[in-house]
Design a protein around this ligand. Structure first.
Ligand SMILES: C=C(O[C@@H]1C=C(C(=O)O)C=C[C@H]1O)C(=O)O
Length: 366
C-alpha cells in the first residue's frame, strides 16, 4: 500500500492537524455558533450530516439540507469542512458540495462489502479520506479498509483512532488499546494517524488527557467534538466540549519532539538504550534456559508416562509468580500475560517432545 505523508498533500500542515466542530449539524444557528468562533484555530471544521445511530428513534442527521447550511456559511466565511460518508450517495454529495475531507466511520469499516463499494465511488477523486478503526479490536480489518481505498486510487489517505467497543464498563466509552494504532503506524510510518479523543472518552472531562496521550505517542493530529451548547446537543452530548473551551484545551496540549536532537540528551539516551539491550539479552538467555529445562522435563515425563499438563504445578507457578511480581513492583496483569505465553510455549515444546519419533537409521521406510 502506497501512503503519503500529510505534508505531501496538505502543505500548510503544522502539527498537530486539528479537526473540530459539532458531532451533528443540528440547526443553522447551532452550526454558525459552533463553527465561527473556531475557524482560525482548526484546520478543518467537522460536522455530522448523517448520523449512524445504534438504535432507531434518535436524530439521524439532516442530510443534504445540512450541507446547504454549511455551503451558505462558507460563502460568508470560508473554512474547510470535513464529514463522515457511509454510502456512495454521500460521496457524491461530498463532491457536489466541495467538502474538503471525509472519513469512514467505525461502523462502516467493519464491513468489507460497504468498504469496497465506497472505495469504488472515490475512483478519480482527489478528496482526502480518513478511515476510523473498526468498532472491534481487529487491526487487519482496519488495514483492509485502507488497502481497498488505496487500491481505488485514493492517495490522500489517513487513519483515525477512535477506540474499540467493549461490553464491559470501563473508564472510557471506547477502550483505546493504543498498541493497535501504534502497530498500524509501525507498518505504515507515513500514514497520517489522528486520534479522536471524544469518542474514546465518551465524557468531555476526559478528552484533554486522551488528546495529550495521543500527542505523547506522536500522533499527527486530533479530531475533537465541540458544540456551542454541548449539554443541549442532539447526539453525543456528554462527550462534546464547549466551543468556548476549545482554545484552552488546544493551548494546554504539549507537543513532543519527534526525535532527540540535543547532544547531551542523545548521550544519556544511548546509555539507557545500551542498558535496555543488555537487559533484553539477559531476558532471552533466561528464556532459553527455561525452554531447555522444559524440554528436559518433557523427556522425563515421556519416559515415565506422565501427562504434560500439570494443573497443581501450574496453579502454584501462577500464584507464586504474581507474588514475586508484587515484590518487584511489576504490574500483575502484565506478568500474568507473560506467564500464559510461557505456559503455552512450554506445553507446545513438550508436545513436540512427546510426538518425536525415535530415529532409527536402520529402517529408512519406518
Ligand atoms: C513444565 C511443566 O509442564 C507444564 C508447564 C509448566 C511450566 O511451563 O511451568 C508447568 C506445569 C505444566 O502444566 C511441569 O510439569 O513442570
Amino acid at each position: 500500500m502506497v501512503v503519503r505523508e500529510l505534508k505531501d498533500w496538505y502543505p500548510q500542515y503544522n502539527k498537530p492537524l486539528l479537526i473540530s466542530g459539532p458531532c451533528s449539524v443540528e440547526t443553522e444557528e447551532q452550526l454558525r455558533n459552533s463553527v465561527l468562533p473556531i475557524i482560525d484555530k482548526v484546520d478543518f471544521v467537522r460536522g455530522g450530516i448523517w448520523k449512524p445511530r445504534t438504535r432507531p428513534g434518535n436524530f439521524e442527521g439532516h442530510g443534504e439540507r445540512a450541507l446547504q447550511w454549511v455551503q451558505a456559511l462558507r460563502k460568508e466565511t470560508p473554512f474547510k469542512f470535513a464529514m463522515e460518508v457511509a454510502t456512495p450517495e454521500h460521496v457524491e454529495l461530498a463532491h457536489q458540495y466541495e467538502v474538503d475531507l471525509v472519513w469512514i466511520g467505525a461502523r462502516t469499516t467493519v464491513n468489507p462489502f460497504n468498504v469496497a463499494e465506497l472505495a469504488e465511488s472515490f475512483k478519480g477523486s482527489e478528496l482526502p479520506v480518513f478511515i476510523k478503526n473498526p468498532i472491534h479490536a481487529e487491526l487487519s480489518l482496519w488495514k483492509g479498509a485502507l488497502e481497498r481505498f488505496s487500491k481505488a486510487g485514493v492517495s490522500k489517505l489517513g487513519a483515525i483512532h477512535r477506540g474499540f467497543h467493549s461490553y464491559q464498563k470501563n473508564k472510557y466509552r471506547n477502550v483505546p488499546m493504543w498498541q493497535i494504532p501504534l502497530d498500524l503506524k509501525s507498518e505504515f510510518p507515513e500514514l497520517p494517524l489522528l486520534c479522536d479523543p471524544s469518542h474514546i472518552a465518551g465524557d468531555r472531562g476526559l478528552v484533554a488527557e486522551i488528546a495529550q496521550r495521543a500527542l505523547d505517542l506522536n500522533y499527527d493530529g486530533l479530531m475533537i467534538e465541540s458544540h456551542c451548547k454541548p449539554d443541549a446537543a442532539w447526539s453525543d452530548a456528554a462527550q462534546q466540549i464547549a466551543t468556548a473551551n476549545l482554545p484552552d484545551l488546544i493551548n494546554g496540549l504539549l507537543l513532543r519532539d519527534d526525535v532527540f536532537t540535543k547532544e547531551n540528551i542523545i548521550n544519556q539516551l544511548e546509555l539507557i538504550r545500551e542498558q535496555i539491550d543488555q537487559a533484553d539479552r539477559e531476558l532471552l538467555e533466561a528464556l532459553n534456559l527455561r525452554m531447555n529445562l522444559v524440554e528436559k522435563i518433557g523427556e522425563f515425563k515421556k519416559e515415565n508416562n506422565v501427562a504434560i499438563f500439570q494443573l497443581s504445578r501450574w496453579k502454584e507457578i501462577f500464584q507464586s509468580r504474581q507474588e514475586w511480581a508484587d515484590q518487584l513492583n511489576l504490574d500483575r496483569q502484565f506478568v500474568v500475560e507473560v506467564l500464559r505465553l510461557l505456559h503455552q510455549q512450554s506445553v507446545k515444546t513438550q508436545t513436540e517432545v512427546f510426538n518425536k519419533k525415535e530415529q532409527n537409521l536402520n529402517l529408512p521406510n519406518d
